[in-house]
Write a protein that binds this ligand. Structure first.
Ligand code: AMP
Ligand code: GLY
Length: 419
C-alpha cells in the first residue's frame, strides 16, 4: 500500500523509517519531509499546513493511508478533511486535538474529570492576570493557550518575571494568537516523564516511557526548546507508577474525551511530573513527541501499520503490542543560537562515517539535500539515536556517534540521560 506521512521533523523521519519496515507498505510519500526522509520516501514540497495542497496530492497519488504526524495540521482539521473525503487517515480530529492546541481546554478538562494536574487560573486579559500574580506565591508557570512550538511555557520565579511573561505573551504577542488566553499555574516540583500511548478512543495502550530534555543547555539551563534529546525508558518510571498513571490519568483522560464528544483516536502524549503527591499532568499532546518518537519507535517490535489499522478500526483491544527489551537514546544536534536565532544552509559532514553502524540511526529534523549533500535547514538539525541492551550503553553509543558529525556552530547537550 501507499502511505503519506505529513510533517517534516525527526519524528516524521522515525515514523517513515518504521513504516518502511512494514511488509505491507510499498511506497511512502512525505509532505514536505526533509533531507534524510528523502532517502527512504518520496518527499514533496507541500507545507504540512497547506490542507488543500496535501489533499490534492493524496488524491492524485491514490494513497491508501494518510498519517498526520505534526500538531499544526491536526489542529487545522486535516484528519477531518480526509475523513470527509473518504481517505483512510490516522490521527485525532480537530475536536480531539484541542487537548493539545488549547491549554485552557485541557486544564478545564482535567479539573472537570478529577485528573491530577497543577492548580491554575485562566485569563483573557493581562490586567487581571497581573492582579492575580500580585496575590499569588511564586514561582508559577505562565503559559500561552495555543500552539507555540513547545516554547509557550515560561517558568517565573519572581513576580517581575511573571508579569514580564504575561506582557510578552499577551501584549507583545510573542506567540501570536496563541497568546489570546493564558494559563497561570502552580509550579510543580518533581521528576518529568513522558508516556506516549496508542488509543482508539476506548482502549489505551501506553508505549515504553521516555524522557525529553527541553532546555537548550546542560544542567537544564537556557530557554525551553522543542527538545534537545531523549531517552527511553525513563529511569524512574516503574510498574507501580505505571499502574497509578493508567488508573488516575491515562484511562480517565481518554474516557473524558469520549464523554465530551471528542473521541480521541491516535497517539496521545502525556507529559507527567512525578511529584511528592503522585503523578500529575504537565500537558497533553495529540501526537508523537519529537524527539520522543525517535527513542520510542526503535523499540517497537510490532508492525506500526498493524497498530494504526487497529486504531482506525477501533479494535486496539484485540491486538498485542510488543517491545524490544532494550533502551535507546537520542542526542539532538542543533544549530548554534537555537531556539532564538540561527543560520541555515551549512553542510553537514560525517554522516557517511556512521552508515552501517549497528543499532545507530541518525534521524534528520531540519535538513535538506542538495546535489547529494545534506545541509542544515532548521533549529534542530539531527537526532543521533542508538539502541542497546541498557540505557548507559545506548547513551555511550549515541554520544560516540554524534562526535563524528560536524557542521558550523553545531551544538548539542552533553548531559542527556544523566539525571
Ligand atoms: P509545556 O510547554 O507545558 O510542556 O512546558 C514546558 C516545560 O516547562 C515542561 O517540560 C516542564 O519542564 C516545565 N513546566 C511546565 N509547566 C510546569 C509546572 N506547572 N511546574 C513546573 N514545571 C513546569
Ligand atoms: N518533545 C516535546 C514535544 O514533542 O512536544
Amino acid at each position: 500500500m501507499r502511505v503519506l506521512v505529513v510533517g517534516s521533523g525527526g519524528r516524521e523521519h522515525a515514523i517513515v523509517h518504521k513504516l518502511s519496515k512494514s511488509s505491507r507498505v510499498d511506497e511512502i510519500f512525505c509532505t514536505p519531509g526533509n533531507g534524510g526522509i528523502s532517502d527512504i520516501a518520496e518527499c514533496v514540497p507541500i507545507k504540512a499546513t497547506d490542507l488543500a495542497g496535501v489533499r490534492q496530492f493524496a488524491i492524485e497519488k491514490s494513497v491508501d493511508l494518510v498519517f498526520v504526524a505534526s500538531d499544526d495540521p491536526l489542529a487545522l482539521g486535516m484528519v477531518d478533511m480526509f475523513k470527509k473525503e473518504g481517505v483512510r487517515v490516522f490521527g485525532p480530529t480537530r475536536d480531539a486535538s484541542i487537548i493539545e492546541s488549547s491549554k485552557v481546554f485541557s486544564k478545564n478538562l482535567m479539573k472537570k474529570y478529577g485528573i491530577p494536574t497543577a492548580s491554575y487560573e485562566t485569563f483573557d486579559n493581562p490586567e487581571e492576570a497581573i492582579r492575580h500574580i500580585m496575590e499569588t506565591d511564586m514561582p508559577v508557570a505562565v503559559k500561552a493557550d495555543g500552539l507555540a512550538l513547545g516554547k509557550g511555557a515560561i517558568m517565573a520565579h519572581t513576580r517581575e518575571e511573571a508579569v514580564a511573561a504575561v506582557k510578552s505573551i499577551m501584549d507583545d504577542r510573542q506567540f501570536g494568537d496563541s497568546g489570546n488566553h493564558i494559563v497561570i499555574e502552580e509550579y510543580m516540583v518533581g521528576r518529568e516523564v513522558t508516556v506516549l500511548a496508542f488509543t482508539d478512543g476506548k482502549t489505551v495502550v501506553p508505549m515504553v516511557s521516555s524522557q525529553d530534555h527541553k532546555r537548550a543547555f546542560d544542567n537544564d539551563e537556557g530557554l525551553n526548546t522543542g527538545g534537545m534529546g531523549a531517552i527511553s525508558p525513563s529511569r524512574i518510571y516503574d510498574e507501580e507508577l505505571s499502574g497509578i498513571c493508567m488508573d488516575s490519568i491515562f484511562q480517565p483522560t481518554v474516557k473524558a474525551m469520549a464523554d465530551e464528544g471528542r473521541q480521541f483516536k491516535g497517539v496521545i502524549y502525556f507529559e507527567l511530573m512525578i511529584t511528592e503527591n503522585g503523578p500529575k499532568v504537565i500537558e497533553y499532546n495529540a501526537r508523537f513527541g519529537d524527539p520522543e518518537a525517535q527513542v520510542v519507535l526503535p523499540l517497537l517490535k510490532t508492525d506500526l501499520l498493524d497498530i494504526i489499522d487497529a486504531i482506525i478500526d477501533e479494535r486496539l483491544d484485540r491486538i498485542e503490542i510488543e517491545w524490544f527489551d532494550r533502551a535507546s537514546a537520542c542526542i539532538v544536534a542543533a544549530s548554534g543560537g537555537y531556539p532564538v536565532d540561527y543560520k541555515k544552509g551549512y553542510e553537514i559532514e560525517g554522516l557517511q562515517d556512521l552508515e552501517g553502524t549497528e543499532d545507530v540511526f541518525v534521524y534528520h529534523a531540519g535538513t535538506m539535500k542538495e546535489n547529494g549533500r545534506y545541509l542544515t535547514n532548521g533549529g534542530r538539525v539531527l537526532g543521533v539515536t542508538a539502541t542497546a541492551e541498557n540505557l548507559d550503553s545506548a547513551l555511550a553509543k549515541a554520544y560516540s556517534s554524534i562526535e563524528k558529525i560536524r557542521f558550523t556552530d553545531m551544538h548539542y547537550r552533553r548531559d542527556i540521560g544523566k539525571k
